[in-house]
Design a protein around this ligand. Structure first.
Ligand code: ATP
Ligand code: MG
Length: 230
């Protein structure tokens, strides 16, 4: 299926249990994520945040209830979901190929100019420009070894090139030092300004930037409100 803007995600009475699990990881979650909204999802380790991210993107199918994008179940989109919802995982995957190919994954038709443009927006242009082989530098053991923060910037560049309207960040700053983390959160917020953002995090650093915060505990939404209210 295909849908058009404005994009709205809706979660209705969502229940999820892993096939081999003995309990519901998520139990009756209800959420409406409006076009352009910035939502932070907080919760302890194991509370079901990453599971919820997979359900939002339709990578997992609900045990009960539904997740819809403009009234269509996200599981029905198949690979096309990437046009609408992009994810940056905790440890972004880099491929054993050139910088330019790493950015272009899933968007092979993009020009070098477009690649430079997104690299500039995520703050990697200077670094890549300095390399003798520039965009053609290999990203591997023998070539360029990105730091944790740079990996996330590259993953962000990849997502910007695809231009999906909804972005899910699954703990994008975990394991980084506080200064790098702050800089990265700022970059995310700046370049994702016009997008719907679902930001999964385990602590409060940076959440003052969002419109809505949801706390998940024991598979349920325990608290919900704006940063000021909470
Ligand atoms: P963290 O903050 O550590 O990333 P989380 O909130 O993202 O945690 P999830 O990864 O969604 O938590 O896991 C929620 C629960 O589901 C945990 O109890 C976990 O052990 C369980 N779980 C996760 N993935 C699977 C799986 N593939 N099969 C069975 N159980 C799983
Ligand atoms: Mg997780």
């Amino acid at each position: 299926p295909a849908v058009t803007a404005p994009y709205e995600l809706q979660v209705k009475d969502l229940v999820y249990a892993y096939a081999d699990g003995h309990h519901n990881v998520l139990n009756r979650i209800n959420l409406k994520i409006k076009p352009g909204e910035k939502l932070a999802i907080l919760g302890r380790s194991g509370s079901g945040k990453s599971t919820l991210a997979s359900l939002l993107r339709g990578d997992l199918a609900p045990t009960a209830g539904s997740v819809t994008l403009n009234e269509i179940k996200t599981t029905e989109f198949g690979d096309d979901i990437a046009k609408y919802i992009g994810v940056i995982h905790q440890t972004p995957y880099l491929f054993n190929t050139t910088v330019v190919n790493n950015v272009r994954i899933g968007n092979e038709a993009a020009s070098d100019e477009e690649v430079w443009d997104v690299l500039e927006r995520v703050g990697l242009k200077k670094l890549i420009k300095k390399l003798p082989q520039g965009l053609e530098t290999m990203v591997d053991e023998a070539g360029l070894r990105f730091s944790g923060g740079e990996r996330h910037r590259l993953a962000l560049a990849r997502i910007l090139l695809k231009d999906a309207p909804i972005i899910i960040l699954d703990e994008p700053t975990v394991g980084l030092d506080p200064i790098t983390e702050r800089a990265l959160v700022k970059t995310f917020m700046d370049v994702l300004q016009d997008k719907t953002l679902i930001w999964i995090t385990h602590h409060l650093q940076g959440v003052e930037h969002v419109d809505q915060i949801v706390f998940i505990e024991d598979g349920q939404i325990e608290l919900q409100g704006t940063p000021k209210q909470l």
